[in-house]
Design a protein around this ligand. Structure first.
Ligand code: NDP
Length: 256
């Protein structure tokens, strides 16, 4: 499938790439990696709440790319809100260039939530708010972007769900995080079944040296061996470049 979509199979084509949670951590590393793989005329949309961090990243990316080749836009948006999701879809529509041959949406933004025993998760609003950002927002954003760029011959469509080993494995005190990652995996697997023209990849990035892991260590006292975000981001890019995963599959950093 991949060869028909790009003149150079070692690039991701002339695309629009949308990365949520791009201001730091894994999303930031993904932005740095993907920048080298997009053909001239591509657009990169960086989404997160922190406009300042996004702007800094944009400047860094532009310092090592030709601005004629890649247009980078920052969308300072809170994806836990309807306005934030709508603004991201609106920007994607607005910034899309003609003749793109690849739409790449990377649903990376996520949060850890409370790490606490089941019986303490008794506040409906707090639970809803967590699940809304970590599940519903990714669903609604993906739906909005799918509607904005209808499938057509010659258009490669890729959706990445940044998943976790905890989409598959139950861990005591991690009800929120495990539930959200498991639900997202199913949600994107349904998309894969429904849309044969959309390649869907669930990617579990491995334990990464990010603020989220710092938070895990602070809350649990457990420290893992952590990998640099760049290493995992490069593995994800290789999966996308090779494009021979089956749609809806769940791939793990340790198995790639
Ligand atoms: P970080 O907490 O370091 O970064 C999270 C990113 O999401 C930031 O860019 C943050 O930006 C953004 N974000 C958070 N809340 C919102 C919001 N309401 N609206 C928009 N953006 C938001 O996390 P990681 O980089 O560690 O994790 C990235 C993904 O990888 C997550 O889905 C995580 O579950 C997954 N993962 C991480 C692992 C790890 O070891 N770190 C292991 C397995 C999976 P801002 O604050 O500016 O909004």
């Amino acid at each position: 499938m991949s060869d028909t979509y790009s003149t150079n199979p070692r690039t991701l084509g002339r695309g629009i790439c949308i990365i949520t949670g791009a201001s730091k951590g894994f999303g930031r590393a993904l932005a740095c990696e993907v920048t080298h793989l997009l053909d001239p005329g591509s657009v990169l949309l960086l989404v997160a709440r922190s406009g300042t961090l996004l702007q800094e990243l944009k400047e860094e990316l532009q310092s090592f790319t030709d601005q004629q080749q890649l247009t980078v836009h920052c969308v300072a948006a809170d994806l836990s809100t309807r306005e934030g999701v709508n603004e991201t879809v609106r920007m994607a529509k607005h910034e899309a260039v003609n003749d793109i041959d690849h739409v790449l949406l990377i649903n990376n933004a996520g949060s850890l939530g409370a790490i606490s025993r089941f019986e303490s998760l008794s506040d409906l609003e707090r639970v809803d708010s967590y699940l809304s950002f970590n599940i519903s927002s990714a669903l609604v954003l993906t739906a909005g972007i799918l509607k904005t760029f209808p499938c057509r011959p010659g258009l490669r469509w890729s959706v990445v769900n940044i998943s976790s080993a905890f989409a598959l494995q139950a861990l005591p005190s991690w009800a929120l995080y495990c539930t959200a990652k498991a639900a997202r995996k199913m949600m994107f697997s349904v998309l894969a079944e429904e849309e044969p023209n959309v390649k869907v990849l669930n990617y579990s990035p491995g334990p990464l040296d990010t603020d989220m892991q710092e938070e895990i260590q602070r809350l649990t006292g457990i420290s893992h061996h952590l990998f640099p975000c760049q290493e995992s981001a490069a593995k994800l890019m290789k999966l996308l470049l090779d494009n021979d995963f089956s749609s809806g599959a769940h791939h793990d950093f340790f198995e790639v």
